[in-house]
Ligand binder design. Structure first.
Ligand code: SAM
Length: 232
């Protein structure tokens, strides 16, 4: 038996590549995006009442990770990328039906558009549904998760003088908190845990229309080397 679903909208996100997207929402509050709703959900009636809500659950498709053959066991990056566990014990992107869920902050509402922050979604992500976060039901005070008990350890993020200046210029042009976004994302240490980064190795990703390049002068420190406008 199969069912079909169709997106109610698509996210225009600061994250243009998968690499360096935080592994869960809320870890980078400066990560912003807009959910653009499609007809008929772009009509004001569909959003009535949502102005009373601070956070929403988004149910979405991992559209850049869909696979024909379902995996039963996965290697979550959170466990170092080497240990296999059952797919249902994880939030891995490769999963049956490719459905993701994230609680994100709802900053502003316009007809047909929701302005969001704290997102962990790639640009173009198809959204299947929006539900209000309901604190009395969704906060589970005695919950535990032995595989992911605490938020990941953060590492130090430093800047060269030139890269910080570049970040300020690009932030002013974009009207976005770019320095905070870069620091919050890189502090999560996006490199795969099994990789020991040589100081000469350069890493990079694209945030908004900006290329960010960094290296690890030592394993637990990142230095941002370049923040440049991407060639269009
Ligand atoms: N909070 C969601 C959940 O629990 O279902 C997502 C968790 S998943 C581990 C987060 C990762 O999904 C991000 O780091 C990013 O690399 C990846 N991702 C985000 N949007 C995606 C998309 N549309 N397609 C494929 N991968 C995506």
């Amino acid at each position: 038996m199969s069912y079909s679903v169709s997106p109610i909208g698509f996210v225009r996100s600061c994250f243009k590549e998968k690499f360096a997207i935080p592994r869960q929402p809320q870890l980078a509050p400066a990560a912003r995006g807009v959910l653009e709703l499609v007809a008929p959900f772009d009509q004001v009636h569909a959003l009535e009442g949502l102005e009373q809500v601070s956070h929403v659950w988004l149910l979405f498709l991992f559209h850049q990770a869909l696979e024909a053959e379902p995996r039963l066991r996965v290697r979550p990056p959170r466990l170092g990328g080497n240990r296999m566990v059952g797919v249902f014990a994880t939030r891995a992107t490769h999963r049956p039906n490719g459905i993701g869920q994230s609680v994100v902050k709802l900053d502003q509402i316009e007809p047909g558009r929701l302005y969001l922050s704290g997102i962990d979604l790639l640009d173009g992500t198809p959204v299947l549904d929006i539900k209000p976060y309901v604190p009395y039901a969704d906060v589970v005070t005695d919950a535990h998760n032995g595989l992911a008990e605490d938020a990941p350890n953060l590492i130090a993020v430093r800047w060269t003088e030139a890269s910080l200046q570049q970040a300020h210029c690009e932030a002013a042009r974009l009207g976005e908190p770019l320095q905070a976004l870069i620091e919050q994302c890189l502090a999560q240490d996006p490199r795969p845990a099994y990789q020991t980064p040589a100081p000469e190795r350069r890493y990079g990703t694209r945030l908004w229309d900006v290329e960010v390049r960094w290296h690890y002068p030592e394993p637990s420190t990142i230095t941002v080397l370049e923040v440049t406008r991407a060639a269009s």
